[in-house]
Design a protein around this ligand. Structure first.
Ligand SMILES: NC(=O)C1=CN([C@@H]2O[C@H](COP(=O)(O)OP(=O)(O)OC[C@H]3O[C@@H](n4cnc5c(N)ncnc54)[C@H](OP(=O)(O)O)[C@@H]3O)[C@@H](O)[C@H]2O)C=CC1
Ligand SMILES: O=C1O[C@H](COP(=O)(O)O)[C@@H](O)[C@H](O)[C@H]1O
Length: 517
């Protein structure tokens, strides 16, 4: 946590401004997250939520929208009328174009009324669920409209994507930093709000038997998979400019890699943790030429295919996608972290849309024992694995070798699993709940600092530039498959293979698990 972290008890006593309150993110994620926080007592009663967007809405209409959103997307369903009304009366709506400074002056008057009504001491959280090109405008209008003149704190929460490349991200950051200090800015990467991503620190730093092995001497390779079954849905216009590299790799994938690879921070403090993460990003080997990109990265695009018997169209046939698009919907790469701990250890990463399962997993494959007498007997000794299941199933398992009961030395793989989702059910806090809560209490730990973002862009920019030169390396894969064939080869060349994800499993494994399997 940063030094300016607020007391958790009073942190939620604030006015929350949702810019983009009529949009998809507000509906699917933000209103449900706020309701869950409320139901769990984390918002208290001294708070107000102001929805802002251009289209006209009365307070009553807005509250109806919030109701529908929560009914559809929240892990808690709206309670009885009395309790529901007690919650929703905290919501008001103002029609506002972010370019209209006069509208911000009206907002200031409205805000002061709300602060008086709920005894809020001037704490203001501005959540920008808007297109990134509007971030700079909003920041200026907030300042010019007098919205930053309050005696409490002001926190700016910004959605991804933060820029399109390093140059645009830097410009955006410059615009924001004319108005807000870095410690007032909370850049969302919702993967950092996921339970199991945060759990990486505990798994690593609270278990005596992992940390001594967590290095090149004992780890053969690390595999990170972010597989999605969905296609681009109705986001073709955005996605076609972004592709998997900017949509998933520059942010979510890099963030997970840094959590796995970072040095233990000396304190569990936001700045110490983020310092360690930046060091990892700086150590990732850059690809400086098209040749290096082509030999280390595979990009793919889904072609027509099928999943669970359903025919699926190819990416180029999706709405708002151009029919000759070379945008990648799949990315796989071998990355190296060139530092003492990880020298020579391949980090195999892959992400894609229209893959057979929805699953985010991190696999740590340990090296085989140095002198395995059992190998001589052609025994099937598999490497030990630690698997962190991030999404949608949450949990961890380790795979070990044990003797099969009997007279010979046959070997049996045993997997011991902690399935968190099986224990807690699907009602675990959503990433957005944690992140809104942390942003209110001033904890930056799970938000990306500017220097992290800058280095991440500098890593992916050369890849994008190499791809722009020529698209001959783009591979097609059938929707519903595991991506281009070359992806298996990428590991096979190093003598490895991708471990199955999402509970797909090999024969001959005994599970000891709280799933009951
Ligand atoms: N949707 C999602 O799941 C995710 C979204 N994001 C990011 O969140 C942000 C918002 O996304 P999303 O909700 O999907 O986008 P939408 O297009 O659904 O919503 C955009 C919102 O911005 C408002 N808006 C647009 N122009 C103005 C303006 N000039 N003044 C005031 N309000 C304006 C719109 O309302 P109106 O037209 O009424 O003005 C609308 O409420 C984007 O940066 C996106 O990349 C990130 C991760 C996931
Ligand atoms: O940020 C994004 O993430 C989602 C995947 O998130 P998850 O929590 O469902 O794993 C992805 O579908 C989307 O394209 C991307 O913008």
């Amino acid at each position: 946590m940063t030094n300016n972290t607020h007391d958790t008890v009073s942190a939620h006593e604030a006015v929350y401004f949702i810019f983009g309150a009529t949009g998809d993110l507000a509906r699917r994620k933000l209103f449900p997250a706020l309701y869950s926080l409320y139901r769990e007592g984390k918002l208290g009663e001294r708070f107000a939520i102001v929805g802002l967007a251009r289209r006209p809405r009365t307070n009553a209409q807005f509250r109806d929208d919030v109701y529908e959103a929560i009914k559809e997307f929240c892990r808690y369903k709206p309670s009885d009328t009395e309790s529901w009304n007690a919650f929703v009366e905290h919501f008001t709506y103002q029609s506002l174009d972010i370019n209209n400074v006069e509208g911000f002056r009206e907002l200031k008057v409205h805000t002061e009324e709300l602060e008086a009504k709920y005894s809020i001491q001037g704490n203001r959280l501005f959540y920008l669920a808007l297109a990134p090109e509007l971030f700079g405008h909003v920041s200026r209008s907030l300042r010019d409209g007098g919205m930053l003149e309050s005696k409490g704190w002001r926190h700016l929460v910004i959605e991804k994507p933060f820029g399109y490349d390093y140059a645009s991200a830097e410009k955006l950051n410059q615009e924001i930093s004319e108005v807000f200090r870095e410690d007032e800015v909370y850049r969302i990467d919702h993967y950092l709000g996921k339970e199991m991503v945060q759990n990486i620190e505990v798994i690593r730093f609270a278990n005596a038997f992992f940390e001594p092995l967590w290095n090149k001497n004992h780890i053969a390779n690390i595999q990170i998979t972010l597989a999605e079954t969905v296609g681009v849905e109705d986001r073709g216009a955005y996605y076609n400019k972004s592709g998997a590299l900017r949509d998933m790799v520059q942010n979510h994938l890099m963030q997970m890699l840094t959590m796995v690879a970072m040095e233990p921070p000396s304190r569990l403090d936001a700045e110490d943790i983020r310092d360690e993460k930046v060091k990892v990003l700086r150590s990732i080997r850059k690809m400086n030429s098209r040749e290096e990109v082509v030999s280390n990265v595979i990009r793919g695009q889904y072609a027509p295919g099928s999943m669970k018997g359903k025919e699926l169209k190819g990416y180029r046939d999706e709405d708002s996608v151009d029919s000759a698009s070379s945008t990648e919907t799949f990315f796989a790469a071998t990355l190296y972290v060139d530092n003492f701990r990880w020298a020579g250890v391949p980090f195999y990463v892959r992400t894609g849309k229209r893959l057979p399962v929805k699953s985010t997993e991190i696999v740590i494959e340990f090296k085989n024992v140095p002198n395995n007498v059992l190998f001589a007997n052609k025994q099937n000794v598999l490497p030990n694995l630690l698997v962190i299941r991030v999404n949608p199933m949450e949990g961890i398992y380790i795979k070990l070798n044990a003797k099969k009961p009997g007279n010979d030395m046959s070997i049996q793989t045993v997997a011991t699993e902690y399935c968190q989702s099986c224990l807690i059910g699907i009602n675990t806090p959503e990433a957005y709940e944690r992140l809104i809560f942390d942003a209110a209490r001033g904890d930056h730990t799970y938000f990306t600092r500017w220097d992290e973002l800058a280095v991440a862009w500098k890593l992916v920019d050369p890849i994008a530039a190499a791809w722009k030169e020529d698209s001959s390396d783009l591979q097609f894969y059938a929707a519903g498959s595991w991506g281009p064939d070359k992806v298996e080869q990428m590991l096979a060349e190093d003598g490895y293979h991708w471990w199955p994800v999402n509970g797909q499993d090999e024969d001959n494994v005994i599970w000891i698990s709280n799933t009951g399997k």
